[in-house]
Design a protein around this ligand. Structure first.
Ligand code: SF4
Length: 224
Protein backbone atom coordinates (compact mmCIF):
# COMPACT_ATOMS: atom_id res chain seq x y z
CA UNK A 1 0.00 0.00 0.00
CA UNK A 2 1.34 3.49 -0.81
CA UNK A 3 2.45 5.83 1.97
CA UNK A 4 -0.48 8.13 1.10
CA UNK A 5 -3.00 5.34 1.61
CA UNK A 6 -1.34 4.16 4.82
CA UNK A 7 -1.54 7.77 5.99
CA UNK A 8 -5.27 7.74 5.33
CA UNK A 9 -5.59 4.61 7.45
CA UNK A 10 -3.62 6.23 10.26
CA UNK A 11 -5.98 9.21 10.25
CA UNK A 12 -8.99 6.92 10.30
CA UNK A 13 -7.52 5.16 13.33
CA UNK A 14 -7.58 8.42 15.30
CA UNK A 15 -4.19 9.96 14.57
CA UNK A 16 -4.43 13.72 13.99
CA UNK A 17 -1.02 15.18 14.76
CA UNK A 18 2.55 15.06 13.50
CA UNK A 19 5.11 17.33 15.07
CA UNK A 20 3.46 20.72 15.54
CA UNK A 21 0.92 20.09 12.78
CA UNK A 22 -2.73 19.30 13.39
CA UNK A 23 -4.34 17.27 10.59
CA UNK A 24 -8.08 17.72 10.23
CA UNK A 25 -10.45 15.92 7.89
CA UNK A 26 -13.54 17.18 6.05
CA UNK A 27 -13.28 20.90 6.75
CA UNK A 28 -15.38 23.16 4.48
CA UNK A 29 -15.39 20.68 1.63
CA UNK A 30 -11.68 19.89 1.82
CA UNK A 31 -10.80 16.27 2.65
CA UNK A 32 -7.71 17.40 4.58
CA UNK A 33 -6.64 20.61 6.27
CA UNK A 34 -3.40 21.10 8.17
CA UNK A 35 -2.34 23.97 10.42
CA UNK A 36 -0.21 24.65 13.49
CA UNK A 37 -1.85 22.75 16.36
CA UNK A 38 -2.22 26.00 18.31
CA UNK A 39 -4.49 27.24 15.48
CA UNK A 40 -6.59 24.06 15.28
CA UNK A 41 -9.65 25.45 17.08
CA UNK A 42 -9.58 28.71 15.16
CA UNK A 43 -9.25 26.92 11.81
CA UNK A 44 -12.70 25.35 12.15
CA UNK A 45 -14.42 28.76 12.49
CA UNK A 46 -16.05 30.20 9.38
CA UNK A 47 -13.60 31.23 6.65
CA UNK A 48 -10.92 29.25 8.51
CA UNK A 49 -11.00 31.76 11.36
CA UNK A 50 -9.25 34.40 9.26
CA UNK A 51 -6.10 32.32 8.97
CA UNK A 52 -4.08 32.69 5.77
CA UNK A 53 -5.34 30.01 3.39
CA UNK A 54 -2.98 28.02 1.15
CA UNK A 55 -4.61 25.68 -1.34
CA UNK A 56 -2.54 22.65 -2.28
CA UNK A 57 0.85 21.56 -0.92
CA UNK A 58 3.05 23.95 -2.97
CA UNK A 59 3.59 26.51 -0.17
CA UNK A 60 4.58 23.94 2.46
CA UNK A 61 8.25 24.47 1.77
CA UNK A 62 8.08 28.23 2.38
CA UNK A 63 5.88 27.89 5.45
CA UNK A 64 8.32 25.44 7.03
CA UNK A 65 11.51 27.36 6.23
CA UNK A 66 11.30 30.36 8.57
CA UNK A 67 10.43 30.71 12.26
CA UNK A 68 7.96 33.35 13.48
CA UNK A 69 10.83 35.80 14.08
CA UNK A 70 12.01 35.36 10.46
CA UNK A 71 15.05 33.27 11.37
CA UNK A 72 15.96 30.22 9.29
CA UNK A 73 14.81 26.90 10.74
CA UNK A 74 18.02 24.92 10.38
CA UNK A 75 16.26 21.64 11.19
CA UNK A 76 12.72 20.66 10.29
CA UNK A 77 12.29 18.97 13.65
CA UNK A 78 12.58 22.28 15.46
CA UNK A 79 9.59 23.28 17.59
CA UNK A 80 9.30 26.77 16.15
CA UNK A 81 6.85 26.36 13.28
CA UNK A 82 5.02 29.58 12.57
CA UNK A 83 1.30 29.96 13.12
CA UNK A 84 -1.42 31.92 11.33
CA UNK A 85 -2.10 29.76 8.27
CA UNK A 86 -4.07 26.74 7.08
CA UNK A 87 -3.34 24.47 4.15
CA UNK A 88 -6.33 22.94 2.37
CA UNK A 89 -5.61 19.69 0.52
CA UNK A 90 -7.63 17.76 -2.02
CA UNK A 91 -6.40 14.21 -1.41
CA UNK A 92 -4.04 11.90 0.50
CA UNK A 93 -1.21 12.32 -1.97
CA UNK A 94 -1.25 16.12 -1.57
CA UNK A 95 -1.35 15.62 2.19
CA UNK A 96 1.68 13.35 2.02
CA UNK A 97 3.54 15.84 -0.17
CA UNK A 98 2.81 18.66 2.27
CA UNK A 99 3.81 16.64 5.35
CA UNK A 100 7.03 15.61 3.63
CA UNK A 101 7.97 19.28 3.26
CA UNK A 102 7.24 20.07 6.90
CA UNK A 103 8.77 16.83 8.24
CA UNK A 104 10.87 15.15 5.53
CA UNK A 105 10.22 11.38 5.49
CA UNK A 106 8.47 11.74 8.86
CA UNK A 107 5.49 9.57 7.92
CA UNK A 108 7.64 7.03 6.07
CA UNK A 109 10.05 6.64 9.00
CA UNK A 110 7.15 6.05 11.36
CA UNK A 111 5.62 3.44 9.06
CA UNK A 112 8.98 1.70 8.67
CA UNK A 113 9.52 1.76 12.42
CA UNK A 114 6.05 0.34 13.05
CA UNK A 115 6.82 -2.46 10.59
CA UNK A 116 10.13 -3.19 12.34
CA UNK A 117 12.03 -2.19 9.19
CA UNK A 118 13.68 1.06 10.24
CA UNK A 119 17.46 0.94 10.36
CA UNK A 120 19.28 3.26 12.73
CA UNK A 121 22.86 4.42 12.76
CA UNK A 122 24.98 4.76 15.88
CA UNK A 123 26.69 8.06 16.59
CA UNK A 124 30.10 6.41 16.16
CA UNK A 125 29.13 5.15 12.68
CA UNK A 126 27.86 8.60 11.78
CA UNK A 127 31.00 10.36 13.01
CA UNK A 128 33.28 7.84 11.32
CA UNK A 129 31.69 8.77 7.99
CA UNK A 130 32.52 12.46 8.36
CA UNK A 131 35.09 14.02 6.05
CA UNK A 132 36.95 17.33 5.83
CA UNK A 133 36.71 19.63 8.83
CA UNK A 134 34.14 17.35 10.48
CA UNK A 135 36.53 14.37 10.70
CA UNK A 136 37.74 15.66 14.05
CA UNK A 137 34.26 15.15 15.52
CA UNK A 138 34.98 11.41 15.80
CA UNK A 139 37.45 12.07 18.64
CA UNK A 140 34.70 13.13 21.03
CA UNK A 141 34.57 11.01 24.20
CA UNK A 142 31.51 8.95 25.06
CA UNK A 143 30.95 11.17 28.10
CA UNK A 144 31.13 14.27 25.88
CA UNK A 145 28.63 12.78 23.46
CA UNK A 146 26.24 11.85 26.27
CA UNK A 147 26.45 15.40 27.61
CA UNK A 148 25.72 16.82 24.14
CA UNK A 149 22.53 14.77 23.88
CA UNK A 150 21.34 16.52 27.04
CA UNK A 151 22.46 19.93 25.77
CA UNK A 152 21.36 19.75 22.11
CA UNK A 153 18.43 17.33 21.74
CA UNK A 154 14.91 17.21 23.12
CA UNK A 155 12.13 19.77 23.40
CA UNK A 156 14.08 21.86 25.92
CA UNK A 157 16.37 22.63 22.98
CA UNK A 158 13.64 23.03 20.37
CA UNK A 159 13.96 19.56 18.86
CA UNK A 160 10.77 17.52 18.61
CA UNK A 161 12.35 14.20 17.65
CA UNK A 162 12.53 10.91 19.48
CA UNK A 163 16.11 9.62 19.44
CA UNK A 164 16.46 6.03 18.20
CA UNK A 165 20.24 5.87 17.90
CA UNK A 166 22.91 4.83 20.39
CA UNK A 167 26.42 6.16 20.91
CA UNK A 168 27.76 2.72 19.86
CA UNK A 169 26.18 -0.76 19.67
CA UNK A 170 27.05 -1.49 23.31
CA UNK A 171 26.58 2.07 24.53
CA UNK A 172 22.98 3.27 24.83
CA UNK A 173 22.11 6.83 25.65
CA UNK A 174 22.06 7.72 29.31
CA UNK A 175 18.69 8.48 30.80
CA UNK A 176 17.70 12.13 30.38
CA UNK A 177 14.73 14.25 29.37
CA UNK A 178 16.12 14.27 25.80
CA UNK A 179 16.72 10.51 25.58
CA UNK A 180 13.30 9.75 27.09
CA UNK A 181 11.35 12.10 24.81
CA UNK A 182 8.71 10.36 22.67
CA UNK A 183 8.72 12.66 19.62
CA UNK A 184 5.23 14.06 20.22
CA UNK A 185 5.11 17.78 21.07
CA UNK A 186 2.25 18.97 23.25
CA UNK A 187 1.86 15.87 25.41
CA UNK A 188 -0.71 14.18 23.16
CA UNK A 189 -1.44 10.46 23.65
CA UNK A 190 0.71 8.19 21.48
CA UNK A 191 -2.44 6.78 19.85
CA UNK A 192 -3.21 10.25 18.43
CA UNK A 193 0.08 11.30 16.88
CA UNK A 194 2.79 10.23 14.49
CA UNK A 195 6.02 10.66 16.47
CA UNK A 196 8.96 12.36 14.80
CA UNK A 197 11.87 9.94 14.76
CA UNK A 198 15.62 10.62 14.72
CA UNK A 199 17.32 7.57 13.21
CA UNK A 200 20.79 9.15 13.02
CA UNK A 201 22.43 12.21 14.54
CA UNK A 202 21.66 15.34 12.50
CA UNK A 203 24.23 17.71 10.98
CA UNK A 204 23.68 20.19 13.80
CA UNK A 205 24.56 17.49 16.36
CA UNK A 206 27.67 16.49 14.37
CA UNK A 207 28.79 20.13 14.27
CA UNK A 208 28.37 20.33 18.04
CA UNK A 209 30.40 17.10 18.39
CA UNK A 210 33.22 18.72 16.49
CA UNK A 211 33.22 21.76 18.77
CA UNK A 212 33.09 19.59 21.90
CA UNK A 213 35.87 17.32 20.58
CA UNK A 214 38.08 20.37 20.00
CA UNK A 215 37.36 21.64 23.52
CA UNK A 216 38.27 18.20 24.94
CA UNK A 217 41.48 18.20 22.92
CA UNK A 218 42.39 21.71 24.08
CA UNK A 219 41.76 20.74 27.70
CA UNK A 220 44.04 17.69 27.33
CA UNK A 221 46.78 19.84 25.78
CA UNK A 222 46.60 22.37 28.60
CA UNK A 223 46.81 19.61 31.20
CA UNK A 224 50.08 18.24 29.78
S1 SF4 B 1 20.36 14.56 16.74
FE1 SF4 B 1 19.22 15.51 18.42
S2 SF4 B 1 18.94 17.65 17.76
FE2 SF4 B 1 19.46 16.45 15.92
S3 SF4 B 1 17.47 15.84 15.06
FE3 SF4 B 1 18.18 14.17 16.36
S4 SF4 B 1 17.18 14.52 18.34
FE4 SF4 B 1 17.10 16.45 17.18
Amino acid sequence: MSIALQLRELLRSGIHRIGELEIQTDVYGYPYVICHHEDAERSTDSAFGGLEVHEGPADARDLSTYAPDGSYRFAKGQTNLKQGWVMALENEEDLRLALDQFYPAGVGLFLASRAGALETETLREKLDRQTGMYRFARTISDAGAQRLVREVCGPAHQCAKKILWRIAPETPLEDSEASRYNGIPGGLAESQAIPLLCREACNHFVAECRKAAKAENDARSEAT
